[in-house]
Design a protein around this ligand. Sequence first.
Ligand SMILES: *[C@@H]1O[C@H](CO)[C@@H](O)[C@H](O)[C@H]1NC(C)=O
Ligand SMILES: *[C@@H]1O[C@H](CO)[C@@H](O)[C@H](O)[C@H]1NC(C)=O
Ligand SMILES: *[C@@H]1O[C@H](CO)[C@@H](O)[C@H](O)[C@H]1NC(C)=O
Ligand SMILES: *[C@@H]1O[C@H](CO)[C@@H](O)[C@H](O)[C@H]1NC(C)=O
Ligand SMILES: *[C@@H]1O[C@H](CO)[C@@H](O)[C@H](O)[C@H]1NC(C)=O
Ligand SMILES: *[C@@H]1O[C@H](CO)[C@@H](O)[C@H](O)[C@H]1NC(C)=O
Ligand SMILES: *[C@@H]1O[C@H](CO)[C@@H](O)[C@H](O)[C@H]1NC(C)=O
Ligand SMILES: *[C@@H]1O[C@H](CO)[C@@H](O)[C@H](O)[C@H]1NC(C)=O
Ligand SMILES: *[C@@H]1O[C@H](CO)[C@@H](O)[C@H](O)[C@H]1NC(C)=O
Ligand SMILES: *[C@@H]1O[C@H](CO)[C@@H](O)[C@H](O)[C@H]1NC(C)=O
Ligand SMILES: *[C@@H]1O[C@H](CO)[C@@H](O)[C@H](O)[C@H]1NC(C)=O
Ligand SMILES: *[C@@H]1O[C@H](CO)[C@@H](O)[C@H](O)[C@H]1NC(C)=O
Ligand SMILES: [Cu+2]
Length: 565
Amino acid sequence: MLRETTMEPWIRAVFLVMVLFPALAEAKVRHYNFKVVMKNYTKLCSTKPIATVNGKFPGPTLRAREGDNVLVKVINDVSYNVTIHWHGIRQLRTGWSDGPAYIAQCPIQPGQSYLYNFSIIGQRGTLFWHAHISWLRATMHGAIVILPKKGTPYPFPQPVKEKIIVLAEWWKADTEAVINQGTLSGMPPNVSDAHTMNGYTGPIRNCSISSQGTYTLHVEHNKTYLLRIINAAINDEIFFRIAGHKFTVVEVDASYTKPFVTDTIYIAPGQTTNALLKADQSPSKKYLIGMSSFMDAPSVAVDNTTNYGLLRYNGGPLGSRLVLTTMPPINATKAQLNFSNALRSLNSKKYPAQVPLTIDHSLLFTTGVGVNPCATCLNGSKLVGNINNVTFVMPSIALLQAYYYNISGVFTDDFPSKPPTNFDYTIANYTGGLATMNGTKVYRLSYNATVQVVLQDTSIIAPESHPLHLHGTNFFVVGMGTGNYNATKDFKNFNLVDPVERNTIDVPTGGWTAIRFRADNPGVWFMHCHLEVHTSWGLKMAFLIENGDGPNKSIMPPPKDLPKC
Ligand SMILES: *[C@@H]1O[C@H](CO)[C@@H](O)[C@H](O)[C@H]1NC(C)=O
Ligand SMILES: *[C@@H]1O[C@H](CO)[C@@H](O)[C@H](O)[C@H]1NC(C)=O
Ligand SMILES: *[C@@H]1O[C@H](CO)[C@@H](O)[C@H](O)[C@H]1NC(C)=O
Ligand SMILES: *[C@@H]1O[C@H](CO)[C@@H](O)[C@H](O)[C@H]1NC(C)=O
Ligand SMILES: *[C@@H]1O[C@H](CO)[C@@H](O)[C@H](O)[C@H]1NC(C)=O
Ligand SMILES: *[C@@H]1O[C@H](CO)[C@@H](O)[C@H](O)[C@H]1NC(C)=O
Ligand SMILES: *[C@@H]1O[C@H](CO)[C@@H](O)[C@H](O)[C@H]1NC(C)=O
Ligand SMILES: *[C@@H]1O[C@H](CO)[C@@H](O)[C@H](O)[C@H]1NC(C)=O
Ligand SMILES: *[C@@H]1O[C@H](CO)[C@@H](O)[C@H](O)[C@H]1NC(C)=O
Ligand SMILES: *[C@@H]1O[C@H](CO)[C@@H](O)[C@H](O)[C@H]1NC(C)=O
Ligand SMILES: *[C@@H]1O[C@H](CO)[C@@H](O)[C@H](O)[C@H]1NC(C)=O
Ligand SMILES: *[C@@H]1O[C@H](CO)[C@@H](O)[C@H](O)[C@H]1NC(C)=O
Ligand SMILES: [Cu+2]
């Protein structure tokens, strides 16, 4: 045993830190094994094999505490290429563990494995993991629950229990066949056949109604629950309600918010919402839980089925009366915007909103769709997505690898800071060209630069709500509006005090959203629409954040088992 007097100064420092800050000493290494296997599932009266993690749908929950080091060994036992993304985890200097195929890493090929190794720094709340290649995330996703450090309470009343609610979509067909058919035809892929709530499709038409198919939330009267709601859907933005009950939203995308009360939760794919639910209604009744799509672009097809679950009080009579809920209309733009605009950062002393107040890069990105020629497609053309009129072309070597090892010819760093042409982005009767440019372009940022991006929807083909997701860093949503962003007028109304901090935000239909972030995480970070149909079409780009001075401001070296292309 070392006596204190003989301790090396650095050992003493570590020892003191451990004594003074027990929370640090609590940091653990959490080991997980994710085995990717096919498994037969029966939904909507049809059985099909799906790619799963550990045979589960939704997949296993990953639990950790703020400060923990997480090690997930992913073993690929299926015939698809696979990668996993830890959606919303910042991956400080560990971009190798971020997951998007051909951006952060090459795929884990059949029979191979890869150890994802990351630490959870400065984050607590609900996030989720999902496959990040093709459409495999339809069936490969699950919750990430990050508890605060030991001894650190929530900044809201302690719930008696926590319930995870994973919302997703189900296709009767194989989802890889669905997107492949879409890609070959150049047309939109088929919409899903049902929505799922923790894997249940609910009492859906054309199929026997069975109580086993309905999600049930059991509660005790007068107790408060923390719902961890995750939208893991492929393409559908979702409204969520529980008859007779109200929610108090306290966190989104693992960032605390000022509590606000609502009867409708709006949640886009890629977003997570924590809400307190007080079981304060009559326990002798049971209550419908509703989940339905939001889509305010009339020409865009969407899964319009509503899935219902049940909230039941423990001890409630079996034959209790059912309390119904009506869902907002599918085109309830107001309900979407009211929810989004009500969110504010908690911005307390302990959890301050560190909004960049000066901006080094002021960017204007249009997001939308277009049409390019395609000789083999159905109409001789195909739908494409784009940012600033650039349709992203997937490279065959991961961008991060190409950057780190200086492999030329994989990407260029000339992603435009503004649209190539200045036009009326949201005019109803756009008559300009529908074609886009192609490219594998990144936007380069020096370490610690501050960035503002105004994301501007376009009405080319159809204006549509796009939930944009940024990897590697959260951003602050400083403004949102309809029509074209006006740099002289709209800028004055930005919220630079307590804007919500998140990783996924809608560019509203025919409108704009302004975000700000600090480029303090060196690496290559994907930004893309989280409607997988649009990502597949090329509505995506990447930021390249250079290293700062010294190893603590530089990306770590790649792990030895990093998959090769
Ligand atoms: C799924 O079921 C089919 C038909 O019963 C069977 O042939 C197949 O092996 C099963 N697949 C898996 C992964 O269990
Ligand atoms: C995980 O990465 C850290 C560096 O961030 C390294 O020190 C550690 O050895 C790695 N763990 C494993 C099991 O490879
Ligand atoms: C898509 O829907 C069409 C029309 O219902 C159907 O013919 C086709 O087989 C579907 N595609 C897939 C991959 O299921
Ligand atoms: C629940 O709260 C109400 C009002 O505060 C009270 O009347 C009732 O007895 C409580 N029920 C239970 C089961 O605690
Ligand atoms: C739902 O969408 C289907 C096509 O996907 C359409 O046939 C049906 O009319 C729609 N239902 C409603 C209520 O809009
Ligand atoms: C929503 O759709 C309905 C039916 O198509 C239409 O009557 C209504 O005007 C639309 N509402 C909005 C706000 O666009
Ligand atoms: C497009 O609509 C605007 C009004 O929004 C109108 O002034 C203009 O004439 C229209 N242009 C065409 C080509 O129809
Ligand atoms: C996008 O680029 C294509 C190809 O250069 C061009 O034809 C089209 O007009 C551009 N569209 C816009 C909106 O800038
Ligand atoms: C972009 O690629 C498509 C094929 O995917 C091609 O038809 C089109 O001409 C290309 N556009 C430009 C501007 O090169
Ligand atoms: C980043 O820049 C800010 C000033 O904009 C400075 O206060 C901060 O120390 C810098 N952070 C790092 C890690 O260099
Ligand atoms: C932007 O707003 C300013 C101030 O309200 C106004 O003068 C200007 O005309 C607007 N620009 C456009 C393109 O609408
Ligand atoms: C799997 O990934 C490797 C490496 O990028 C690639 O060569 C191969 O074509 C991919 N296989 C499939 C089925 O996409
Ligand atoms: Cu989109």
